[in-house]
Design a protein around this ligand. Structure first.
Ligand SMILES: [Zn+2]
Length: 271
């Protein structure tokens, strides 16, 4: 699970706006966005206390990262991909962050994952699996779910991952078009639309697997039969003038019923 929406160079004063819903098993804890020191670079991100890593954040050089797991069970006993993400956020550029991921992803130890790294100059997806590779993104709107569509699914589990990933991808794309997000030039309007998209509950009309219907929702809610939920939702708007003028919003629950709190103040004091 997890859905990422990136607005890359579609707003003049904000070269990127990165939004993500984090979907995970209920009960998994996370701490709200905070400043983490790492040498000369500060990192601003929420932390998963279980792994000590993160899935989303930015650093003082303006590098942002968002992760979507391809393996459905983030509790599988492997090395933490969240730690790798946090390490990648020590890099001074998105290109170097992507290079770090390519160099340090270990198929034998880590879960398969898609990781988006972006700054004002580059946006790159690193597909981390048995044969890791990168994809450079052009300016525009990009949506990332939990599958690498360049690959054929092999197992039933992979097929299932593909189906719900495709639906969320299609639905989010449809909503960006409905709301004309690509033409939106105002930061707050763009953020407001992203919040609406991340709160969406639409499911495929032809779906006949009601047991797993929640897998298809961009904002998903757990139930007795469905052990997944959107644990949090985050939006970073990176200003062209640097991180001190940037915005970091975080909702510590389903975005449909949880207010986004403004954590931008943690970016202001970079001394
Ligand atoms: Zn919801």
């Amino acid at each position: 699970m997890c859905t990422i929406i990136l607005l890359y160079k579609t707003l003049e004063n904000y070269p990127l706006i990165l939004a993500e819903n984090r979907d995970i098993r209920p009960g998994r804890l996370e701490t709200p966005p905070q400043r983490v020191y790492s040498g000369d670079n500060s990192i601003y991100c929420a932390i998963d206390p279980k792994s000590g890593g993160t899935w989303y954040g930015l650093n003082s050089s303006g590098v942002t990262i968002g992760l979507t797991n391809r393996h459905p069970d983030p509790d599988s006993p492997t090395a933490s991909i969240g730690r790798l993400c946090l390490e990648a956020l020590t890099q001074p550029t998105a290109k170097e962050a992507s290079g770090y991921l390519l160099d340090n992803f270990d198929f034998a130890k880590h879960r398969n994952t898609n990781i988006l790294s972006a700054d004002k100059d580059n946006a790159i997806i690193t597909f981390c699996d048995e044969n890791p590779y990168t994809l450079d993104l052009n300016p525009g709107i990009h949506i990332l779910t939990n599958y690498d569509f360049a690959q054929e699914p092999v197992t039933m589990e992979e097929k299932y991952r593909m189906i719900d990933s495709i639906h969320r991808l299609k639905r989010a794309t449809e909503l960006t078009e409905t709301h004309k997000l690509g033409n939106t030039k105002n930061r707050d309007d763009a953020i407001s639309t992203l919040q609406k998209i991340l709160s969406d509950h639409e499911v495929p009309k032809d779906n006949n697997s009601s047991h797993f219907i929640d897998y298809f929702k961009i904002c998903c809610h757990s139930s007795r039969d469905f052990p997944w939920e959107t644990k949090s939702s985050s939006i970073i708007a990176l200003s062209k003038d640097g991180i001190e003028d940037s915005i970091y919003l975080y909702a510590g629950g389903n975005p449909c019923n949880t207010k986004y709190e403004d954590y931008s103040d943690i970016l202001r004091d970079s001394t």
